[in-house]
Design a protein around this ligand. Structure first.
Ligand SMILES: Nc1nc2c(c(=O)[nH]1)N[C@H]1C(S)=C(S)[C@@H](COP(=O)(O)OP(=O)(O)OC[C@H]3O[C@@H](n4cnc5c(N)ncnc54)[C@H](O)[C@@H]3O)O[C@H]1N2
Ligand code: MOO
Ligand SMILES: [Mg+2]
Length: 605
C-alpha cells in the first residue's frame, strides 16, 4: 500500500487485459463491493481496435465527469498535439470516481497532475451528498434518492484517507467503510463477480490455503486426526518369536516321535531361561514366547498324550515332524523396529491407531485441530427450539448439516456461530468476534446472491478488509459460492439453498480443509453406470445420486435422487455421490440411461 499525492491509500493494483468485460467487472467490483473512492485506469484509451477502456468505463459509470476530461485534454494539448488522440472518459459510479488516463507514463502523469488538485474535493462532494441523501431519507421516512455517483474504473483504486473539504465546516476525514445500505433500486442489476469455472475456483482455494502447525498428542485420543510427521515403529512386531498355534514347542531336528514334557509356556510368560533340550518339548499357547532351544511349534491337533502323572499332568506326548520355523512368527516379521508406518497426511482410523499403539507410539505429531465457526444467515431462519414457525420462517438446516460434515472429519474444533439475521451490523459484529477468536475458517450459508439483503460479500470486503477470490462459480447448484481471506482466516460464503451449501461444502470447503492438514485435496471420483437419462443444464451440474452396489454390474449404478432444485433438501439427504455432468453443448446435450459417467463420493472423509 503506497501513499499517493492525494493523501490517499492505494488499496489495489491490477493489470487487466484489453477485454471490455473484464475491465467492466473490475470497475464494478471496486466501486460497488470495495467502495473505493477513486479508480484510475491507464492505457486502452487510443484509437486502436484493442483500446476499449473508455467503452468499458462508459458502460459502468452512471454520470460523466466531462470537466475532468476537458481539463486533462487542455493540459495535454499544450504538451503534444498527439493528446487529441485520447478518448479518455471520466465519470461517477456510486461514490466512486473513475478516471481514464493514457497508457504512456508521461501522458498519464500529466493528465493526472491536471486534475489531481480537484480530486479530493470531488470525492468529498460525492461522499457528503451520499450521506446527506441518506439522512434526509431517514428523516422523511422515505427511500432516499440516489446520491450523485461517480464511477471510474482503473487499474489503481484509491481510498481517500485524510482530505478536508474546503467547502464544509465539518469535514469527513476517514471515510467509514460501509455495507450495502443503498436503495435497492440502485443495486447492481448484474453480478459484478466474474463467473469462474469450478477448476479456476479450486485453484484459488488451493493457492490460498496453508498448512497449519502440528502438535503432539496421545495416539489413543487421535481418531480422525491427520499425521503431520512420519511415524516409525518403536518396537518390532512381534517383539519376541511368538507361537501362532496352541501346541508344543519342539526342536525340528528331533523329528517326529515321543517326547518328554519340559514345562508349559503361556502367553505373557516372563521366564526367559527355559531351554528345550533334545528329546523334550514345551507346551505352548498362541502368542506365547518360544523357549530357547525350540525352533518350531506342532499344533495340538497333531499330537497325542502318551503318559500322565498322578495329578493328571501330561508327562509324555507324541508329536509329528515339522520343519524349522513351523507356526512361529519371528521377531519383527510383521513390523521391524524403525519401519516407516504412517506418513504426513494420513488420517487416523481405528486400525491405524491400533498399529501405533502396538508399535509403542504413544505420543504422535498431528496437525492441530482446525478452528472453524459456522453461521447460518437469514432473517427467515430460526432455531429448532422455536416450536411454532411464524409466517415466512423456516427451521435452520444448513448450520447443522455443515457442523455435522465438519465433526465427521474428526480434525476440526467446530464453533456453532448461531443464526445471523440479514442485518449487516449483527453479521459484522459476529464475524469480528470470530476473527478475534482467531478462527482458521469462517463458513456462512446464505446472503451471497443478488438480493438487496445479501450483505455477506460486502461485509467481508468493505468492513473487514477481506479479499474475496471469487464470488460466482459456473456450476449447479452453488453459483453464488464465495471464497476469500480475511487476514489469515479463510472465508467461505456458501449459498443459502440447502443442497447448494451441502454440495459446495464437499466441492470447495473439504479441499481447503485437506490442504490445511497436509492431505491430498482431490476428491474421490469413481466411474458409475447411469440409471437414467440426464439432460445437461446450461451450467456444469453436480447431480445428487445414490450409488447402488446391489445390482449385478461391474460398476455401481448411479440413481438420481430426483428433483435437483437447489432448494430441495431431500435429494441431498439421500445422496452419497454427485454425478459430474458437463454443461450443455451442441456436441452433447444429455447422458443416456446406461451411459458411463464419473461421480464424486461425498460420504467419505
Ligand atoms: N436475481 C438472482 N437471484 C438469485 C440468483 C441469481 O443469480 N440472481 N441466484 C440464485 C441461486 S443460484 C442461489 S443458490 C440462491 C442463493 O442465495 P443466497 O446465498 O443469497 O441465499 P439466501 O437468499 O439467503 O437463501 C436462499 C434460500 O435458501 C434458504 N435458506 C437460507 N439459509 C438456510 C438455512 N440455514 N437452512 C435452510 N434454508 C435456508 C432461504 O430461505 C432461501 O429460500 O440465490 C438465488 N437467487
Ligand atoms: O446455484 Mo443455485 O445453488 O442453483 O440454487
Ligand atoms: Mg439471497
Amino acid at each position: 500500500m503506497s501513499h499517493s499525492p492525494l493523501n490517499g491509500e492505494c488499496v489495489e493494483f491490477k493489470i487487466v487485459p484489453d477485454e471490455q468485460d473484464e475491465i467492466e467487472q473490475i470497475l464494478r467490483i471496486w466501486s460497488d463491493v470495495n467502495k473505493v473512492d477513486l479508480i484510475l485506469t491507464s492505457g486502452g484509451t487510443g484509437f486502436s481496435k484493442r483500446d476499449v477502456t473508455p467503452e468499458a468505463t462508459r458502460n459502468v459509470i452512471e454520470k460523466e465527469a466531462n470537466g475532468m476530461v476537458i481539463a486533462m485534454m487542455q493540459y495535454s494539448l499544450t504538451k503534444t498535439p498527439m493528446a487529441m488522440l485520447s478518448r479518455a472518459v471520466a465519470g461517477i459510479r456510486g461514490t466512486t470516481l473513475i478516471i481514464n488516463l493514457p497508457g504512456s507514463s508521461k501522458g498519464a502523469l500529466e493528465c493526472f497532475e491536471s486534475v489531481a488538485g480537484q480530486i479530493p474535493h470531488a470525492i468529498d462532494l460525492l461522499q457528503n451528498s451520499a450521506n446527506c441523501a441518506e439522512i434526509q431519507s431517514k428523516m422523511n421516512g422515505l427511500a432516499f434518492s440516489p446520491s450523485p455517483e461517480l464511477k471510474i474504473s482503473s487499474p489503481v483504486k484509491i481510498k481517500q484517507t485524510g482530505h478536508v473539504c474546503p467547502h464544509k465546516k465539518k469535514k469527513s476525514v476517514n471515510f467509514k467503510k460501509t455495507t450495502i445500505t443503498d436503495n435497492p433500486a440502485r443495486r447492481d442489476r448484474k453480478s459484478p463477480w466474474p463467473m469462474l469455472s469450478v477448476q479456476e475456483a479450486l485453484r484459488l482455494i488451493f493457492e490460498n490455503s496453508q498448512k497449519v502447525s502440528s502438535e503432539e498428542i496421545d495416539c489413543r485420543k487421535a481418531m480422525g486426526r491427520i499425521i503431520s510427521d512420519k511415524i516409525e515403529a518403536r518396537v518390532p512386531l512381534p517383539p519376541f518369536p511368538a507361537s501362532i498355534k496352541d501346541g508344543y514347542a519342539v526342536r525340528s531336528t528331533d523329528g517326529g516321535g515321543i517326547r518328554k514334557l519340559l514345562t508349559s509356556v503361556a502367553a505373557g510368560d516372563a521366564r526367559d531361561d527355559i531351554f528345550v533340550a533334545s528329546g523334550y518339548v514345551a507346551r505352548i499357547n498362541t502368542g506365547a514366547p518360544l523357549p530357547k532351544g525350540a525352533d518350531a511349534v506342532v499344533q495340538v491337533e497333531d499330537t497325542n498324550v502318551i503318559s500322565m502323572d498322578d495329578d493328571g499332568e501330561e508327562t509324555e506326548v507324541s508329536v509329528t515332524a515339522v520343519p524349522a520355523g513351523n507356526d512361529i512368527r519371528p521377531i519383527g516379521s510383521d513390523v521391524s523396529a524403525g519401519d516407516d508406518l504412517l506418513f504426513p497426511g494420513d488420517r487416523l482410523n481405528p486400525s491405524k491407531i491400533g498399529l501405533l499403539c502396538t508399535t509403542g507410539n504413544r505420543l504422535i505429531k498431528v496437525y492441530r485441530k482446525l478452528k472453524i465457526v459456522v453461521f447460518s444467515t437469514g432473517s427467515e431462519v430460526v432455531e429448532l427450539d422455536q416450536v411454532e414457525l411464524k409466517h415466512g420462517q423456516i427451521y435452520d438446516a444448513n448450520r447443522y448439516t455443515l457442523i455435522g460434515f465438519l465433526n465427521n472429519l474428526g480434525y476440526c474444533d467446530v464453533i456453532d456461530g448461531g443464526i445471523l439475521p440479514d442485518q449487516p451490523q449483527t453479521c459484522l459484529d459476529a464475524f469480528q468476534s470470530a476473527l478475534e477468536d482467531e478462527v482458521d475458517m469462517i463458513i456462512t450459508s446464505g446472503g451471497v446472491s443478488m438480493g438487496d439483503k445479501d450483505y455477506i460479500k460486502s461485509i467481508i470486503t468493505n468492513d473487514l478488509g477481506g479479499k474475496l477470490q471469487f464470488g460466482r462459480v459456473n456450476m449447479k447448484p452453488g453459483k453464488p459460492t464465495t471464497f476469500g481471506t480475511i487476514g489469515s482466516t479463510l472465508f467461505f460464503g456458501l449459498p443459502g439453498n440447502p443442497s447448494s451449501s451441502a454440495v459446495t461444502f464437499n466441492l470447495f470447503v473439504k479441499p481447503a480443509l485437506r490442504i490445511m492438514t497436509g492431505q491430498n485435496p482431490r476428491p474421490k471420483v469413481v466411474k458409475v453406470k447411469l440409471a437414467q437419462e440426464i439432460v445437461f443444464d446450461g451450467r456444469p451440474e453436480y447431480h445428487r445420486c445414490i450409488l447402488d452396489y446391489s445390482r449385478e454390474s461391474e460398476l455401481p449404478l448411479a440413481v438420481s435422487t430426483g428433483s435437483q432444485c437447489s432448494a430441495n433438501i431431500q435429494s441431498m439427504a439421500r445422496a452419497n455421490a454427485l454425478i459430474i455432468v458437463p454443461q450443455f453443448s451442441e456436441a452433447k446435450e444429455s447422458y443416456t440411461s446406461g451411459e458411463i459417467a464419473s461421480a464424486m463420493l461425498i460420504d467419505d472423509f
